[in-house]
Write a protein that binds this ligand. Sequence first.
Ligand code: COA
Length: 322
Amino acid sequence: MKGFQLIATGAGIPSRVVTNDDLSRIVDTSDEWITTRTGIKQRRFCAEGEDGGSLSIAAARQALENSGLDPAQIGCVICATIAGRYLSPSNACLIQMELGLPQDIPVLDLNAACSGFVYATAAARGLLEGCGSDSRPYALIVGCEQLSVLMDMTDRSTCVLFGDAAGAAIFRLCDTPFAVDLGARGDMAITVPKGGPIQMDGSAVFRFAVDALPRSLHAVLEKTNQTLDDLDWVVCHQANSRIIDHCVKKLKADPAKFYKNMDRYGNTSAASVPVALHELAEQGRLQPGMHVACVGFGGGLTWGGMAFTVGETLNAHRAEQR
Ligand code: COA
């Protein structure tokens, strides 16, 4: 099996900022409660004219521009989402249309909730190996959610947790180490009926997450013959700061390696990992040659871990423009 390397990132961030204080004017909650229980200070909701489709197109466009690739070089497109613009066409097909991507490639949406980006990356590698060509070893992978339309804004136990966003990445087939660990345990602890609203047994999900996250991280490290010390970054799904803290403690890990940005975006499900990767790259803290692990967990209940290397040409075109 070939490896898979990150070579570009992008993000589509909605313009409307909703703070904890804003929410405390709608439901009986407070900045203090939300901050101490979750680490979230604010989230973004789509404003008029924005939706899951427009965010995912913006994120994908930025990743493609940052890569410097010609659209004709993209060998597959997967958008991980539970909240695209339409049931059909898929968000991935909207991206294909807008970016002028090739027609003879696989283009699809994938639903693995908050583990979606990791699942999509693993699936994209498989698709490239199965139907790609030597001239198109690149996959465009997007995680995108518009969860604001799926929330009951009178339910304080859920409406303070989630936000909208999209993140994108381009991965390339190559020979550097890559491993995935995917799984699911059919369970109704987080349920999103068609049209919403999101319903959740918060403490059951918390217990699941603090078990699945370290297990999946260990599983991918074992497959790549690495230890936590070999990793430069661990980018977990940004559901809740306390879940990450709990895992850092359990793993006796260096907390500085575990990136967090839920304070600014809340839980954006499939978008959270690629948005975090893009932020790290933009801040110059994700560098070529670095070793990274990402872990997603959530609705399904699903989990997904992956370990990969950052390519020499990470966002090379963007760097040239600076
Ligand atoms: N503001 C104020 N009080 C709130 C509140 C809010 N937004 N939401 C719930 N409460 C109240 C509850 O009603 C309860 O009050 P009671 O004791 O009078 O009944 C109290 O706070 C404690 O509720 P509880 O659910 O036990 O809180 P918690 O400490 O378990 O925290 C979560 C709740 C949701 C933050 C926590 O369970 C969690 O992080 N779970 C994981 C959720 C998650 O990350 N899901 C997505 C995974 S992809």
